[in-house]
Design a binder for this molecule. Sequence first.
Ligand code: BGC
Length: 746
Amino acid sequence: MGTTEAQVEELIAQMTPAEKAGQLTQYFYFGLPAGAETEPALGLDVERHPRMVESVLQEGGAGSLLFVTDPTEINRLQRLAVEGHRLGIPLLFGFDVVHGLRTILPVPIAMAASWDPGLIERAQSVAAREARAVGIHWAFAPMVDIARDPRWGRIVEGAGEDPYLGAAVAVAQVRGFQGREPGAPGRIIAGPKHLAGYGAALGGRDYDEVSLSDSDLWNVYFPPFEAAVDAGAGNVMTAYMSLNGIPATGNRWLLTDVLRDAWGFEGFVVSDANAVRNLVTHGFAADPSDAAARAIGAGVDMEMAIVDPAYEHLPEALESGATTQQAVDASVRRVLEAKIRMGLFDTPYVEEDHAREVLTDPAHREVARVAAERAAVLLRNEGGLLPLDGDKLGSIAVIGPLADSKRDTLGPWVFDHDLDETVTVLEGIRARAGEGLRVAHARGVRVVQRVFPSMFDMFGGNAPDDPEGFDEEAEFKRAVDLARGAEVAVVVVGEWQNMIGEAASRSSLELPGRQLELVQAVVGTGTPVVLLVMNGRPLDLRWAVEHVPAILDIWYPGTRGGAAVANLLFGDVSPGGKLPFTWPRTVGQVPMVYAHTRSHEPENQPRRYWDESSTPLFPFGHGLSYGRFEYADLAVDQPAIVTTGTVTVSVEVTNTADREADEVVQLYLHQRHGAASRPVRELKGFRRVTLAAGESRTVRFRVGPKERRYWNAAVRDWVTDSSSFDVWVGADSTAPLATVFEVKAE
Ligand code: BGC
């Protein structure tokens, strides 16, 4: 027995059933302001909750806490667990380090739009460093749920619609959080979530049931999870909803047969918040005790709970025989192993001075700026309106309430940010403009309120408001007048950050409030308009695409967002991001994915909808540049291979513009016939390259059995067919340049 194992077994031998149940319980510890109102659904008494948790810690009744980010508080609570109880088992502190802790990075969908795994890894290593410095050991991230329905608000937290891109982004994030070993300084445990299928909620309504075919699960929804597990993720979180009728948190097939047996996951599984108790709500478990027994039986090691954890009933479930000592001990073992791995028995506390230093590291802000630059997607640039020439331009009008909203610039899922150092678009443009350029700003329209309150409103500043005495009519007119008098109008539109994220689904994709009307009025002045879109999901931009020459998707760009946007607008850097989802024209087309299969009369497009085109507004992978890229000499090194073989595809990419720029070279594959009908195109390779003015580069991709295999629903296994394969390489999922190769049986 190794020392770790011996230490774990020694502890387990001393633990009572109640202490084991405690070790498997994670409590929220909310530092909400006294008197804060919490959602009734949270069932939380803000005044009493902290005292309750503190006494639980001293009874050995919790293995982990979440939502504490202050190092002094973390040390205080850790001390209660370590010194307040005879076993002295340290707590794991977990938190939603989704896109940064203090330094806020662009939202995850934006990071995915960079198509730059190296950048994503670097960015999450910054997040990990800050988190670890304050005493957080574990991130509830990455969210690797495939999202094919933009009505679902959590599309902003993931990498979009594609399993190949999703897997690459998942791996980069796990590496960024964990490095080579999550116990190392500046690293934390990554917890990919929410296993699995959560993004396919019926109607895009958060938490609603999910029905996914075997083929969809294995070919589309599982790959990012499997990739994250392969990359060594130390934790996995379950999902709230039921998958094909079985709640994910009580789904043994999902959490044991697939996760542990098929993928070899060795870490620990946590439930989503209150998801174990919810097994009763689902009409699956009879009562909390049954819920506890069935969750642990399915493979949920730790329960995340707000109040009244179901795992409190584990001792009684043990007594009745509803669960076994073996199952409980196996879960305790996994949790203790994670604590040992994180070095917590040796070093349970953090150095508060060190934390302060790390949180103010200017290098972190630089990573955030570069990330925001690399994430932006240039959707349209008619007549080369962008980049703006800062030397020639005399005046610029910056319009829209989002243009100067610090909180919205950061996006959802941030709690520990610093508004003072957040740079808005307006501030970024002002700072970049210098003396010669007049920059004026008008909000134009009022802050649009959500129809329902957000579950995040209880955190200060999350519910936006207008300035005192705001007069919308006067302000609208002022905005239009400013635009009329300026040489260029930059209009920032989108969704307020609390309109997207968890429990923020929508039934429409329109710009909220009077924003479209504002854009139309500004365009009506005749002043050239650059539209900046602040969003985490595609929005209905049909009018803008017809009438606005330049559209740049800046997402929720984070702490240094405005600085990055200014650099992009004035051409200090060229946009190089690409869409990680198909951008529909209207909500009525949803769901719409590029990797669909072909069926009856595919070319007869008008028969699909008689009132709307069946093409998207922008295809998956779309994104323009200030460079100009030409693709040539697409070749496969062998015309035919056997099923175990690999071809190398090469293409020459040239930047014919007179400036340096990035391009994301994308490879798509199509199997012409076989044991199943396969999608018309699937992404199977990509590379982001920087090319100097006039530079050419040969880019190579390997397409082997792994890229060609797929899960066949009839065979219920992976299949590699012999067939003809079309290959396209180019700038997006409609790339025209094509070649073909054959795969023959051995
Ligand atoms: C979300 C999770 C999150 C957890 C803790 C839940 O409501 O679904 O993604 O990690 O809360 O904040």
